[in-house]
Write a protein that binds this ligand. Structure first.
Ligand SMILES: *[C@@H]1O[C@H](CO)[C@@H](O)[C@H](O)[C@H]1NC(C)=O
Length: 166
């Protein structure tokens, strides 16, 4: 039930946001996303038709890193964090631009999570991640992509991305 509720919230219906968005979903969705534990409703099996695409394998700290959610099929919703390879913690913050159907969420730290803000069908959502100040390490971008109300893939991971402190 909890996961089903989350999925419905992850794909908010614009006029019915009050219960689920932005106040309620973030916290429960964070719990679901951050430890990457098994949701109560099983995610889809097999390779996800979605990717978290990065365009470089490393960059100096202090520069926003482009990351895109891309699909070979359309999707409705997504939730993405950058996980430090050592600790597994969500690090850094996300930046969104007005015309992109994305919004930031605060899980353990301000804006350390990015999610959709519209249930319009999409196939490519460009995002930008800013490493924490002084960060020197490797992250994996990790996320969940919601294809339809009942089909979603979790634990989608990018290739490793190295941030070199300057
Ligand atoms: C960053 O990390 C790498 C690999 O662990 C290390 O070799 C390097 O000295 C570190 N740089 C700084 C400025 O801490």
């Amino acid at each position: 039930m909890r996961a089903l509720h989350l999925l419905l919230c992850l794909v908010p219906l614009m006029p019915h946001l009050a219960l689920c968005y932005p106040d309620y979903v973030p916290q429960s969705a964070c719990d679901w996303l951050a430890p990457w534990h098994e949701p109560y409703t099983d995610p889809a099996e097999g390779p996800a038709p979605y990717k978290l695409r990065i365009y470089h394998s490393q960059a100096p700290a202090g520069i926003p890193v482009p990351v895109s959610v891309v699909g070979s099929q359309p999707f409705l919703g997504f939730m993405v964090q950058a996980h430090d390879a050592g600790s597994g913690q969500a690090v850094g913050s996300w930046q969104v631009t007005p015309h992109i159907p994305a919004t930031t969420m605060t899980c353990s730290n301000p804006d350390n999570t990015v999610t959709h803000n519209s249930r319009v069908s999409k196939q490519l959502v460009p995002l930008a991640w800013l490493p924490p100040k002084g960060y020197n390490g490797t992250v994996f971008f990790k996320g969940t992509v919601v294809a339809t109300y009942t089909t979603y893939w979790t634990d989608i991971a990018s290739a490793p991305f190295r941030v070199v402190s300057v």
